[in-house]
Design a protein around this ligand. Structure first.
Ligand SMILES: [Fe+2]
Length: 173
């Protein structure tokens, strides 16, 4: 069989960063790829909650979940574009999303308050993961990634407080 020559595609990362810096940026790119998968799963999960929530809390939560899934879509877009800005290529396949994501799909048909508790848990994990990656990025001089992720985490911390108030849970500490 004729051997097909491998074409080496030059990536923006090869040109933009010297090798040491490129290795450094790859840790940030990998972290952003995982975060992108998290937001893709979260988007679908929130959209499912918007469709299937029922009971006396329906009107408030149906609207709130729509607000959240639209926000998750915007954040996925910002993360994907940050991956491009640091010389990477955002993954696009659904299988890859499920393999990478730390956010889990909803199991079964949770009731309205269980949906809210699931979102509190997912936002809490996102806050922690984004703060960690922000610290890595800041340590490597990538202030734009650090600022983007801290901005996301700041907003989600506030949402966690409001969702806990909705559930009637006292703030921790
Ligand atoms: Fe809708």
């Amino acid at each position: 069989m004729e051997r097909i020559p491998r074409i080496r595609l030059e990536r923006a990362s090869d040109r933009s960063f010297p090798s040491e810096e490129n290795r450094t940026m790859s840790e940030i790119r990998d972290g952003l790829q995982t975060l992108l998968a998290d937001y893709q799963v979260l988007y679908h999960k929130l959209r499912g909650f918007h469709w299937t929530v029922s009971g006396e809390l329906f009107f408030g939560l149906h609207a709130k979940f729509e607000e959240y899934y639209n926000d998750a879509a915007l954040k996925a877009d910002e993360v994907a574009e940050r991956i491009l800005a640091v010389g990477g290529m955002p993954h696009t396949g659904i299988r890859g999303v499920l393999e990478r994501a730390r956010v889990q799909e909803a199991a079964g048909s949770p009731d309205a308050k269980a949906m809210v508790r699931a979102i509190v848990a997912d936002f809490g994990a996102l806050v922690q993961n984004q703060r960690e990656l922000s610290g890595v990025a800041a340590g490597k001089g990538d202030a734009a990634t650090a600022n983007l992720l801290d901005g996301f985490a700041d907003g989600q911390e506030k949402e966690i407080w409001m969702l806990r108030a909705f559930l009637g849970e006292a703030p921790a500490g």
